[in-house]
Every structure is written in structure tokens, then in C-alpha cells.
Design a protein around this ligand. Structure first.
Ligand code: ATP
Length: 519
């Protein structure tokens, strides 16, 4: 297991000669596997040489929407033993400056549009533009373009430093849904083991056919990063790249490029199901939903409308390099509410968060997992690492879960998001799932509302379906009839849309602010 095998050596060993590795869905531009491999080796050579001088252990930042250049930049930097850190292009300059101050990258890959979001290159940050060419108006910090470095004659001698599977490969910042975003360090081993897990669980081995993955989930997030890594490093799939998600664009790409596998987040599924007529999906055979829970109604609605497409689910977190559990078939996702079976090579236990004691099947507690993909730790944050990963390698997920007698994982909620009503704990996700069963409710989010007497009580933000006149009182009664009294929804407000982040998670912080701003 300790072979000296880094991600790019892995890529080189699987050249998939005739296959297209990357397609830009907007322009139709294609890169074959041999071309990709050459571009990565060339870019690595140029990155290692002055003036970029990227070395093992350095950090390289990628600030870019999805593009065919993104994987080239990531793989080239990783092949040198550099660690890549990615930033959400929607982040503000102040948020990006904070990440730069924490991660201290020496090289930044970015687009011309996003360049102004980078802090001034005072600290010697050298920029590689993910654009075809340089312009005279580009600032001095821009030392090359991706096209220039991908055309440098490759020189393997430039890769002086030996890279092993235990070396860090990625420094991804968690979404920051429940608190400040933290830098998560994962190794080459984490990434490679995740690629193998996804190929096995979702049967993407591609021995007899070439899969085409549509990459519309953001590559800066662990979900998108692992998606393109699985296609390029694992099964030799074609990655069809969409720079951002829009339903018509997505459909066009699915049909034009024969997409077979589509990793997505629940809001995209919602749009596909809400469409009055079934959408044309060409050769699409599998969709993977991850990042947030999926309701029974959504699974059923999708199955009814698109019987030819299997719906798979994945559960995981940045700290687990993506997927810790998944459903691998229509059969499994029919166990409504389950996030599936544990990934191969994974151990799990459910722990009482108060006592630290391991709990038996069907009892709810915090999920701890252990496997080759678990992060090394939080970047420069030993306290946070210590409270999240035990010395013997268990990752405390912060998710409240149970595992049934057949080994299926059920995610009840996030520990940090529980609503504390008197002495009770109310999981908002449970109330959301219940409210979504109401035929006139299109979307919903439940938040804690502060109250002097009871501490907090559940408040629901509801999006009504078109034409519905459902009242606040009817909604509260609908819930009250079906739950224990301490879980009752005690306040309702209507909104046009529930705010969600790039991975489909409800931005409860924003709704709490909205609710309490009127106090
Ligand atoms: P932060 O820790 O900074 O708040 P974050 O946890 O939102 O960020 P991610 O790593 O993107 O950042 O999210 C992981 C979390 O997403 C998991 O801990 C879990 O709560 C939730 N999640 C992911 N997939 C699923 C799923 N299939 N079902 C239910 N919840 C899921």
C-alpha cells in the first residue's frame, strides 16, 4: 500500500489512448487523454522552473469556475507534490484574502475576470492565467498562461521531489455552513482511495464502454474535484465541463455529448422533477445526488418521470474526501431516507455525543468513521484537528445518524443545527422532510427561533407551490398532528425561495438573521 504512487503517475498508467478526457461544453473544445497527460507533464515542468518555482509542500491556489484548464492546473501542481487549495469564485475579495493569508499559496491559477478578487501580489504570489493568452494590460503578477505552461517541453527531471501517497495533495476549505470554514488537508492516498471507491460503488469501471460525466458541480468543492478525478484518474471517462449550472445548458450538454453519469445536488433534481414534461436526457443512466438530504417525494417524483435513470445518493463531508456512504442501486435508494451503505474500507460507529459511548444498531448518535480517505487534519489548527480526529484515526462527522440492522446509514441531522426547545433537541431536517410531504409545499427550511421562555422553537420558512393559498395556521396544524408536542412548528413565514449554497445546503444562518432582524 505504500507504493510510491502519486496521482499523476496513476494517470500516466491509464492513458486511455483513444478517449476524449475533457470537453468544454460551451465551445466544444476537446482534449484527449494523451493530450491531457502531455499538458500536465509540460505544465509541471514549467511550474517547477523559475519564475514560478513551485515545489513540494508549497500551496497552489485555484480560483476559477469549472473549466477544462482546472484539472490540468490541479494535476500538474499535485504531481510536483504541491498542495492545491481551491476557492469559490463567488467569495468576496475579503473572504479570498482570508484564505490566502491562511494557506499562503505561492502560485495562483485564476481567470482574468477573477483576478481583481486576489489580494495584491505583494507577498510574491505568482499568477498563472487560465486563459489562452496574455494581454499587455495584465498586471505584473501574471507570469504565464495555462496554454503557455502546457506547451513547455516536458522534462521529468524537473520533478525532483519524491511524492508519496502520504504527502498532502489538497487543502480544501469546508463550506462554512455551520461555522467558520476550515482548511482540510487530504493526502494523495485519500484522493486515490476515493476514486476507487466511487468507481466500485457506482459501477463506473468502464471496461466495456466509455462513460461521460457531466461536471456541473463546482470543481472547487470536494464533490466536483473528486468527480473529475474519478473520470480522469480512474475510469478514463470523458469529463464534459459546464462552467455553471443552468438547466437548459445542462440539458444541451447531456444530449450533445452523450452524458451517462451526472453528479448533482438536490436543487437540480428539484428543477428536473418540477418541469411539467419529462426532459430529454439522451443516454443518461445514472444521477448521483449528494451534499444534502433527499426527500422521499423527490426520489419518487424523479423515478416516475425518468424511469430509465438510476438515482444514486452519496453522503460525505470535505473531511472525508467526499463519500463515506452511498446507495449503489435503485433498490437501495428505495429504503427512503437512507444515505446508503458505508464505503468499502470504512469502519463506522455511532457514539453518544454526551458520554462518548458506542451505541447499538438503530440508536441515534454522532457518526464516527475511519478509512483511508479521512483527512490528515485541519491546516495549522491542531486544536480543531484534535477535537475532530481521534489519535487512532476516527473522524467525528458532527452528523447525528443511526445505522439499521442491515448496515444502512440514516442521517438525522447535523449536531450543530439541532433546535434546543426546553430540554429537548429537535432535528430541523426531520421537520423539513415532513413538511415536504405536504402537496402544496414546494420547498422549506426550518430554523431555531430564539425565545426567552423555551430557549428556541422551530420556525418554518415555506415556499408554496404556484396557486396555493395554504395558511400559516394550516401548516402548523399539519405538523402538530404528526409529531411530538416539543417538535411543533410554532412560527411560519412565506418566502419565494430558500437560500442554499453551491452544494445545495440550506443557508440557515441567513434565515436566522432574517428571522431575528425583526425582533
Ligand atoms: P462547515 O463544516 O464549514 O460548516 P460543511 O460541513 O457544510 O462546512 P461540507 O463538507 O460541504 O461542508 O458538508 C458536509 C456535510 O453535508 C455533512 O456533514 C452532512 O451534514 C451533509 N451531507 C452531505 N451529504 C449528505 C446526504 N447525502 N444526506 C444528508 N446530509 C448530507
Amino acid at each position: 500500500a505504500d507504493r510510491d504512487l502519486d496521482v499523476v503517475a496513476f494517470l500516466a498508467s491509464r492513458r486511455h489512448a483513444g478517449t476524449v478526457a475533457l470537453v468544454d461544453a460551451a465551445t466544444g473544445r476537446r482534449v484527449t487523454f494523451p493530450e491531457l497527460w502531455r499538458a500536465v507533464a509540460s505544465a509541471a515542468t514549467a511550474l517547477a522552473a523559475p519564475p514560478l518555482s513551485l515545489r513540494k509542500g508549497h500551496v497552489a491556489l485555484i480560483l476559477s469556475p469549472n473549466s477544462v484548464h482546472f484539472p490540468v492546473a490541479a494535476l500538474a501542481a499535485m504531481s510536483l507534490g504541491a498542495v492545491i487549495t481551491t476557492a469559490n469564485p463567488l467569495n468576496t475579495p475579503a473572504e479570498i484574502a482570508k484564505q490566502v493569508a491562511d494557506a499562503r499559496p505561492v502560485v495562483a491559477f485564476t481567470t482574468r475576470d477573477l483576478l481583481p478578487k486576489l489580494p495584491a501580489a505583494g507577498d510574491g504570489l505568482r499568477v498563472v492565467l487560465l486563459e489562452p493568452e496574455r494581454l499587455p494590460s495584465d498586471p505584473a503578477a501574471v507570469v504565464a498562461t495555462i496554454e503557455e505552461i502546457s506547451a513547455t517541453p516536458p522534462d521529468p527531471a524537473r520533478r525532483r521531489d519524491r511524492v508519496t501517497q502520504d504527502d498532502p495533495a489538497t487543502l480544501l476549505y469546508s463550506s462554512g455552513t455551520t461555522g467558520p470554514s476550515k482548511g482540510v488537508v487530504a493526502t494523495h492516498r485519500s484522493l486515490i482511495s476515493m476514486v476507487q471507491i466511487i468507481m466500485t460503488r457506482f459501477r463506473l469501471e468502464g471496461a466495456d464502454r466509455t462513460e461521460a460525466f457531466l461536471c456541473t458541480v463546482p470543481m472547487f468543492h470536494v464533490y466536483g474535484l473528486v468527480a473529475f478525478a474519478t473520470g480522469l484518474l480512474g475510469c478514463g471517462a470523458t469529463i464534459v465541463v459546464l462552467s455553471k449550472y443552468e438547466l437548459p445548458e445542462m440539458l444541451r450538454a447531456i444530449n450533445e455529448y452523450g452524458v451517462t453519469y451526472l453528479p448533482l445536488v438536490p436543487p437540480i433534481l428539484v428543477a428536473m422533477v418540477a418541469h411539467p414534461k419529462p426532459l430529454p436526457l439522451g443516454q443518461l443512466r445514472k444521477v448521483l445526488s449528494g451534499g444534502a438530504p433527499l426527500s422521499k417525494e423527490l426520489i419518487e417524483g424523479f423515478r416516475e418521470k425518468y424511469p430509465q435513470v438510476e438515482i444514486l445518493q452519496g453522503y460525505g463531508l470535505t473531511e472525508s474526501t467526499a463519500i463515506g456512504a452511498s446507495t449503489d442501486s435503485a433498490e437501495e435508494s428505495r429504503r427512503y431516507g437512507t444515505a446508503g451503505l458505508l464505503s468499502p474500507n470504512t469502519e463506522a460507529k455511532i457514539v453518544d455525543p454526551e458520554t462518548g459511548e458506542a451505541l447499538p444498531v438503530n440508536r441515534t448518535g454522532e457518526l464516527w468513521i475511519r478509512g483511508p480517505y479521512v483527512m490528515k487534519g485541519y491546516f495549522k489548527n491542531p486544536e480543531a484537528t484534535q477535537s475532530t480526529v481521534t489519535p487512532d484515526g476516527w473522524l467525528k462527522t458532527g452528523d447525528l445518524c443511526y445505522i439499521d440492522e442491515d448496515g444502512y446509514l440514516f442521517v438525522v441531522d447535523r449536531l450543530k443545527e439541532l433546535i434546543k426547545y426546553k430540554g429537548y433537541q429537535v432535528p430541523p431536517a426531520e421537520l423539513e422532510a415532513l413538511l415536504l410531504t405536504h402537496p402544496e409545499i414546494a420547498d422549506v427550511a426550518v430554523i431555531p427561533f430564539p425565545d426567552r421562555e423555551v430557549g428556541q422553537f422551530p420556525m418554518a420558512y415555506v415556499v408554496r407551490k404556484k396557486g396555493s393559498n395554504l395558511s400559516e395556521r394550516e401548516i402548523m396544524e399539519f405538523v402538530a398532528k404528526q409529531v411530538a408536542p416539543y417538535k411543533k412548528v410554532r412560527k411560519v413565514a412565506f418566502v419565494a425561495e430558500i437560500p442554499k449554497n453551491a452544494s445545495g445546503k440550506i443557508l440557515r444562518k441567513d434565515l436566522i438573521k432574517l428571522a431575528t432582524s425583526k425582533l
